[in-house]
Design a protein around this ligand. Structure first.
Ligand code: ADP
Ligand code: ADP
Length: 230
């Protein structure tokens, strides 16, 4: 069964602008779905509706069968890791503290949170012995982006939402981050919705690609190759 279902979802902002119109999308458990489209077509709005940072004005969103508008938002977000471009790391906290934000809120012991942070930093290719005690400004853009992924994974959420996570770095670093992310996803098998304006990135990373045109038309492709062939 699908892990995430959007059923006729629409969003009209208070100023009257329609960001998303009648969007239906089904994300199988453990798959990586790329949602691609031009700037302004409603990609970020869609992700924010899935983790309920904003409310849809029409339609329904189900995660694991549960309507997100009926879920407790705190409970809901515990099950969702969220990665955005220009990850807002806390500048006055060490890398380890940044990664353990959510576990700390959940009341994990210091020892457990610390072990988890170090495990995750290792996983995203940042040696904890070198990086855990550094501060965000001491890391490169690519390294900060990796910390953002580690932080999103900290409480082991089944769902990962990623909004242009590789957009802020130069093309060579981007390709390396993409490869690392694919290896990570191969092991973790999260249910991932990934947003990008870059069709090549969507095809490279997605198990499936959903193309959103401005105006809200959606075309779904079960194989990334089909996107390029059309
Ligand atoms: P994308 O992520 O594809 O670039 P967005 O979801 O950010 O698109 O935006 C979709 C549309 O909704 C755009 O026309 C944008 O200007 C509008 N929009 C986004 N956020 C707001 C907001 N808070 N208030 C009003 N309009 C918004
Ligand atoms: P990445 O490929 O991860 O983006 P870069 O090529 O940008 O890495 O950076 C290479 C090295 O330079 C990294 O090991 C990083 O620690 C170091 N570095 C980059 N920016 C800074 C900085 N502002 N302060 C200290 N070290 C930095």
């Amino acid at each position: 069964a699908a892990m995430i279902v959007l059923d006729g979802v629409g969003k009209q902002y208070a100023d009257g602008s329609v960001a998303v119109r009648d969007l239906s999308l089904s994300v199988p458990r453990g798959s990586l779905v790329a949602l691609v489209g031009p700037s302004g077509c409603g990609k970020s709005t869609t992700l924010k509706m899935i983790n309920r940072l904003i409310e849809p004005t029409s339609g329904r969103i189900l995660i694991d069968g549960e309507d997100v508008t009926r879920a407790d938002p705190v409970e809901l977000r515990r099950g969702i890791g969220y990665v955005i471009q220009q990850v807002g790391l806390f500048p006055h906290q060490s890398i380890r503290e940044n990664v353990t934000t959510v576990p700390t809120l959940l009341g994990w012991s210091r020892k457990r949170a610390r072990a988890r942070a170090d495990e995750l930093l290792e996983m995203v290719g940042l040696d904890p012995a070198t990086y855990a005690d550094r501060y965000p400004h001491q890391l490169s853009g690519g390294q900060r982006q990796r910390v953002g992924v580690a932080r999103a994974l900290a409480a082991d959420p089944p769902v990962l939402l990623m909004d242009e996570p590789f957009g802020a770095v130069d093309p060579i670093v981007r390709e390396r981050l993409q490869d690392e992310f694919l290896r990570l996803q191969h092991d973790l098998a999260k249910t991932v919705v990934f947003v990008t304006h870059d069709i090549d990135e969507a095809v490279r990373l997605g198990d499936r690609v959903a193309v959103l045109a401005s105006g809200g038309d959606l075309r779904q492709y079960d194989s990334p190759a089909a996107v390029l062939g059309s």
